[in-house]
Write a protein that binds this ligand. Sequence first.
Ligand code: SF4
Length: 681
Amino acid sequence: MTSESQPGLSFSIVQDSEPPAWAAQVLDCLGADGRLQQGEPGFRARPGQLQLSLAVARCVAEGGVLVAEAGTGVGKTYGYLVPALLSGQRTLIATATRNLQDQLSTRDLPRLLALLGVNRRVAPLKGRASYLCTHRLASARREGHYLGQTELRQLAQVERWAHSTRSGDLAELPELDETSPLLPLITSTRDNCLGSRCAGWQGCHVNEARRRALVADVVVINHHLFFADLQLREAGVAELLPSVQTVIFDEAHRLNDIGVQFLGRQFSTRQLRGLATELVNEGMRWARGFQPWPELASLLEQQARALDQCLGRETPRAGVRLRWLDASPEGVAAPRWQQLQLQLAALLARVSEALLAVAETAPELRRLADRVGVLQQSWSGFMRPPAGMVVRWLELGRQARCMEAPLSIAAALAPLLAPETQAPARSWVFTSATLGLDESLSWFTEPAGLKGLATVLRVASPFDYPRQACLHVPEGLPDAQDPEHASALAQWLVEPVRCLRGRTLVLATSLRALSELAHQLQHLMAGTGIDVLVQGQGSRRRLLERFREGGGAGHPCVLLASGAFWEGVDVPGDALQMLVIDKLPFPVPDDPLVQARSQALRQQGQSPFERYVLPETAMALKQGAGRLIRSESDRGVLVVADERLLQRSYGQVLLGALPEMPAVNGQAALMQVLKALREPG
Ligand code: SF4
């Protein structure tokens, strides 16, 4: 295969007339008339996909670090899977979301292996909260009288499924909502798992998943597990790494944010309450009368309540994050905090003593004693001042959570990537549809510590954005910071949404704005025959299914969402023709992590706004806007309901982050476009 036969493909990678074996294999599969074109209905060779795949193949063959941004529609997944599978090397793939993790292991990898005719053992590996714990299922049944009717029905369903499942992966039970209160009762945590002392140890689904992963050729994990295991060395990833030759991070744009959460330290009142419950259950079961279990549990509950209410006034319902720069979190009086610290430390010591005295009676009690030891260690860490480049804060909301995190993942990745410690993996690939704004993808490579270390590749989306999409900024809405903005936007939405008969996704930048928009729009759309779906009123999967149906034979609808819906939402076709972003997605200024990162830049003499706030906003905008056009036949309008995009000087930077598309100015012109979308041709 030569460059002439692959139009549009740069052959800087394959310079000789005789390409290296790794390049020839990739071209043979993904090139024009290649194996995929012949075997996969609808597959077309794409220059961008080949470019990505050849870069990955070279990295896999020669070692090193590749950071590759591949725009929407490039065919990124096959682009990296093909060279990884063809190489025969042991490969670890990590995704940010469970959705993609499941899609890779149950759909893409099996399909591709069949198409390529190669045999590789594939195993997904998730955190223990994803697997049924048979020991806790039995306890939940024993103590089932505490459960409501819905949970009892779900429990019966889980019990029926438990007899037939091989994997124990709860994703096999889509009826079980991710928010079901049953889930914590039938899954284990590191704290409450009995380990080898468990009667169910032999057939334990968590162990089985780890065993399968240890002998697999391709293991699919998620970022959470990767970083949690770097810390805890509990889930088996750390054991896997030494024998893995290629590590691929998909959805790598989430790596830094997920990583810092898991690399730090945390302590929560949920842990204290969990301990109190188990203390009564296990203490009374195995050592009744030996220690005052109910009294100790009640003291733990009291202490948890005192921490939850440490502000001395009601905590806002949406929750708060309090900076914690000195001896106590901001807003909490230092003497009060010190008293709480000492009381809790003394109580944990007392509980530990009580458990250690009876620990040999039952494995459950030994495990509880170990768990208290871990809590004591973590709490004493929070009693000392923070050390090094870390940020500490207290979260108050449904629970109180003390958090400490590094500012970036660079220090954690560095030892893994250092050439002298390359015994674990030789090739590292980081890929996503959005990794940066400049050619060196510094938004991603800097916090990951990869700048100057990695080969960087940018492959543009093949979509024809100037033809497929347009941008509209409504005029005359209140300023984005005005409390009336959400309500005015809801009123503005009525006419365009009615014109399109739904087919609109609204992404809000905050839960407060989402709630206000939902309240207003549900009222305004009543009687129009268009349903208003709102995040939180059902599982994400169900909401998206319902939204997709709205574009076809289903009832018309508009979907209002925030947070996780800014990414990973893939609705190709007519179901999504208008994407509305309520405001420019600036990072929350009083978020302790944002403040700490800004402060670190200030200390280096750099502008936090230019170097951090603006790039973060641009990347979030690019990510959100990426929901609109998902296939070459999609058409749609992007609405950014924030005039700062056009009026402020930084707006140019943000516009530069969006794909190039024509602007539609004025309401009349917008309605013309929407009518044309509704009645194509
Ligand atoms: S070993 Fe742990 S996870 Fe497995 S069944 Fe027993 S308690 Fe549950």
